[in-house]
Design a protein around this ligand. Structure first.
Ligand code: AMP
Ligand code: TRP
Length: 333
């Protein structure tokens, strides 16, 4: 079946190995399947749900496009654009916010995590953010949405909103209910410093993540310093359940090699971590260093990146404004 793919990444800097293995690697594979129609969005409207420096944001938008291309997404085959340039997203988000229920949003765990203890101080946008995400997806009639595990709940909400709209207005199948595409294994890459925390752009310590712009020496150094434990690599999966850091590093290796975790364990069983880390650094350098070099090269060609965004947003605008017109008719505008 021909898939219509839509996904988004926030231009908030420090794109890292978690973004790559959880999402971007999958984007590239989907882009390479001939029959798919793919749209990859730099979600700048989502980025401003927390405070951004305007100049940094502008650079981060370009850096996200550069990362997509350096990772292997072909802008001739897939549409790449930034959300703010297609006005239909904001408008559809408003209309859908009148369909979504407070109770549904109140259950979103990512808001609770991001808002922290003082919810009163969080922006309203951070709270309603999953509705904008639903608008992104539904405007393009996406059938499949590749994301990391942390976005699963937002996709379920998107399906609920689509279903309620279709039912309430009696327009069966108007909004397509999208399927999440989440990697079966390694859909959640953890911090190199704390195996209970997600690898994240906003973590203060740069040693907690491998950035996609890190060079060879930095990668080797970060893996050397990555937290492990005092035991050798076990011979079975069960023995890893309480060893989160060990499991994460073995998972990263497996994901990069396209191995199952069991195969990696078999390969390294009985060996110590300092030994394993040498092999891990090598596969990481082989994969990330060329991407890092290409990102840096592309960042010097800002006109080229801007042209891709302009062409992409023109194409996206055609699709989205057509759908928005139909939404207007359905709600009675
Ligand atoms: P964001 O940077 O929050 O816009 O995330 C972009 C994509 O990367 C989303 O599909 C996330 O689910 C995915 N992602 C972010 N962090 C991780 C992680 N630590 N492990 C796996 N996937 C991740
Ligand atoms: N919320 C997603 C994240 O933080 C990014 C995103 C925005 C997205 N719109 C989307 C992902 C639509 C998939 C589809 O990672």
């Amino acid at each position: 079946m021909r898939k219509k793919i839509f996904s988004g990444v926030q231009p908030t800097g420090n794109l890292h190995l978690g973004n790559y293995l959880g999402a971007i690697k999958n984007f590239v594979e989907l882009n390479n399947e001939k029959e798919n129609e793919c749209i990859f969005c730099v979600v700048d409207l989502h980025a401003i749900t927390v405070k951004q420096d305007p100049n940094k944001l502008r650079n981060n938008i370009r850096e996200t496009v550069a990362t997509f291309i350096a990772s292997g997404i072909d802008p001739k085959k897939s549409i790449i654009f930034n959300q703010s340039q297609v006005k239909a997203h904001s408008e559809a988000a408003w209309i859908l916010s009148c369909v979504a229920r407070m109770g549904w949003l109140n259950r979103m765990t990512q808001f609770k995590e991001k808002a922290g203890k003082d919810k009163e101080k969080a922006s309203v946008g951070l709270y309603s953010y999953p509705i904008l995400m639903a608008a992104d997806i539904l405007l393009y009639e996406a059938t499949h949405v590749p994301v990391g595990e942390d976005q699963k709940q937002h996709l379920e909400l998107c399906r609920d909103i689509a279903q309620k709209f279709n039912n309430e207005f009696g327009v069966k199948d108007f909004f397509i209910l999208p399927e999440p595409l989440i990697q079966k294994e390694f859909s959640r890459i953890m911090s190199l410093k704390d195996g209970s925390k997600k690898m994240s752009k906003s973590e203060v310590s740069d040693l907690s993540r491998i950035n996609l712009t890190d060079d060879k020496d930095l990668i080797i150094n970060k893996i050397k310093k990555a937290k492990t434990d005092a035991f050798p690599i076990p011979s079975s999966l069960e023995e890893l359940t309480t060893r989160m850091e060990a499991k994460n590093l073995l998972g990263i290796y497996s994901s990069l090699k396209n191995f199952g975790l069991e195969k990696t364990i078999k390969q390294f069983s009985g060996r110590n971590f300092s030994d394993f880390k040498k092999d891990l650094s090598q596969v990481l350098v082989d994969k990330i260093d060329p991407i890092s070099k290409e990102i840096k090269k592309l960042l010097k060609e800002s006109d080229f990146l801007d042209k891709i965004l302009l062409e992409g947003s023109n194409k996206a605008n055609e699709i989205a404004s057509e759908k928005l017109k139909k939404i207007h008719e359905i709600v009675g505008f």
